[in-house]
Structures are given as structure tokens and as C-alpha cells.
Ligand binder design. Structure first.
Ligand code: PXL
Length: 278
């Protein structure tokens, strides 16, 4: 059975990070091991007064135990990391668990809509950029890409600009960078990836829904990671991740609170199974 380890926080209420990655990757028929980086009462995107318990010191102990047991994974996938120290520990984790048979995926969770999420800043982005340099795949949105590259955030761009950003992201060391939330017009939204070894671009687009839903980046990253682990091609993995993410956004449109709590992805799991078995 395929095994993925995912390293990110658990937000106890509000669907994102581990409460998205675990059910989604499991539903794809893949064993999902987790290392929680922190426990929060809610995600940080709109709830006032959330609690935050840092689990940084537990991560090396968990990793050491797994190394002693000789556990191997098909993919190492990281999401929200809570401190600069954690980024360094995850980098060490990659050194210890990356093999010639598996791959690493970093979703450099930093912000959205041109702004950092609560608690992050330029120094943190710089450390995250180093981790991205060690990854096979990275999955930033446009905001995160601008922080990683230290360039201004813009909402108006063309295909040439997206390709330039992707080449720059490959320049920090990542083999296959991609960009999520790419919009060339109001009708479609999707993702563009660059395989730097082939010098080739891949893209996938679906319906653009005007309102944004919290946690969709985590949905995209989890599905993409699972699809690659299952042996899908880059194009197939992009298509599956884009289609499923759009389904989740559509399914959430009629629920006002869920727009910012997190998407109603649970309602769409049957579609995901169909997409991966096609
Ligand atoms: O969806 C990314 C994410 C993950 N974890 C926490 C967050 C966010 C985004 O706001 O707050 C705790």
C-alpha cells in the first residue's frame, strides 16, 4: 500500500491542513501518516482568539522513532509550518527520509490575497524559500510565490509573466514548481506547473467562482500529492486536483459560514474516487 507522510498543523475547528489532508489522501486509497506541527483551536483565517500549542520539539523524536523502525514513505508532503525552527527540522526530515524512490512536496503556506497569514513575515518566507529549494514539487499561490521570490504581488498578469515566475521558482532549486489560483480572465481559474527538467509547462483550468473558500489550497495540494503518489502524470494530477477543488468550491457556495470555516469537501469525495479511477 502507498504511504504518504504529511507534516502540518491540526486546526481543531475550521477545515484546513490535517483535517483536509488526512481524509482526502486516505480516500484516495493511500495510507496517511501525520506529524502535527502545532495544535490550534481554529485556523488563523478569521477566528479571533485562537489557541496555538507548538509541537516543534516533538517532531525530531517522532522522526527518530520512525528511523529506528525503518519506516519508508512514497511521498513527504509538508503544509503549514508554525516557526522558522520547524522549517529547519522539516529540512532535516527530508534529508533523512528522501530516497531515490520517493518525492517531496512543499506547500509553502504563507498567505493569500497579497498578505501574510497571521504570524508570518519576510524572515519566515526566506526560510520557507530554502525548504522549497530542496523540494521536488512546490505549490504556492500567487501571494506565496511573490513572498518566496521577494517580488511585488500583482493580480493582473499574462501567461508570459506566469512562466517567468515559474522559471524563477525553479531557480531557487525546486524541480517542478506550480502556481495555484491562476486567473487570466473572470471565467476560469486553475494551476500552471513547470517541469524544469523537461523545460515544459503544464496547465489545467476549471470554472472560476467569484467567492473564495478557506482551505482550498490544502485540498489542491493533498489531491495533487495523492495523485502523483498513485503514479498519475503531472498533467493528470493537475487535472484531478483542479477538478476536485472546483467541485469543493461549488459545493460550498450555498453554505455561508463554510465559506470561511472551510469547504464542504466531504460532499465531493465520491467525485474524487471517480477521477482517480478514470
Ligand atoms: O490553509 C492553510 C492554513 C493551515 N493552517 C492554519 C491556517 C491556514 C490558513 O489560514 O491558519 C493554522
Amino acid at each position: 500500500m502507498k504511504k504518504i507522510v504529511t507534516i502540518q498543523d491540526i486546526s481543531c475547528f475550521g477545515k484546513c491542513s490535517l483535517t483536509v489532508a488526512l481524509p482526502i489522501i486516505s480516500a484516495m486509497g493511500i495510507e496517511t501518516a501525520v506529524i502535527p506541527t502545532a495544535v490550534l483551536s481554529t485556523h488563523t483565517g478569521g477566528f479571533a482568539g485562537y489557541t496555538f500549542r507548538d509541537l516543534t520539539d516533538d517532531i525530531p523524536n517522532i522522526a527518530n522513532h520512525w528511523q529506528n523502525l525503518g519506516i519508508k514513505f512514497n511521498a513527504l508532503y509538508t503544509g503549514y509550518l508554525g516557526s522558522e525552527k520547524q522549517v529547519k527540522i522539516v529540512s532535516d526530515f527530508f534529508d533523512n527520509f528522501r530516497t531515490n524512490e520517493n518525492f517531496t512536496i512543499v506547500d509553502p503556506v504563507l498567505g493569500d490575497n497579497g498578505r501574510f497569514y497571521d504570524g508570518f513575515n519576510e524572515n519566515f518566507a526566506e526560510k520557507m524559500a530554502k525548504l522549497c529549494g530542496k523540494a521536488d514539487y512546490i505549490i504556492p499561490n500567487m501571494t506565496e510565490a511573490s513572498f518566496l521570490l521577494k517580488i511585488p504581488y500583482t493580480e493582473s498578469y499574462d501567461r508570459a509573466y506566469i512562466e517567468e515566475i515559474l522559471r524563477k521558482l525553479a531557480g531557487i532549486g525546486c524541480k517542478v514548481p506550480m502556481l495555484t489560483g491562476v486567473r487570466f480572465d473572470d471565467s476560469q481559474q486553475g494551476a500552471v506547473a513547470y517541469n524544469s527538467e523537461e523545460n515544459k509547462f503544464y496547465c489545467s483550468f476549471g470554472d472560476n467562482i467569484a467567492r473564495s473558500v478557506h482551505g482550498t489550497g490544502d485540498i489542491f495540494a493533498s489531491v495533487f500529492t495523492g495523485a502523483v503518489a498513485l503514479g498519475k502524470s503531472l498533467q493528470q494530477a493537475l487535472d484531478i486536483a483542479v477538478n476536485f477543488t472546483v467541485d469543493c468550491i461549488k459545493a460550498t457556495q450555498n453554505y455561508v459560514d463554510e465559506m470561511w470555516y472551510g469547504s464542504c469537501f466531504e460532499l465531493c469525495i465520491p467525485n474524487l474516487i471517480k477521477y482517480i479511477n478514470k
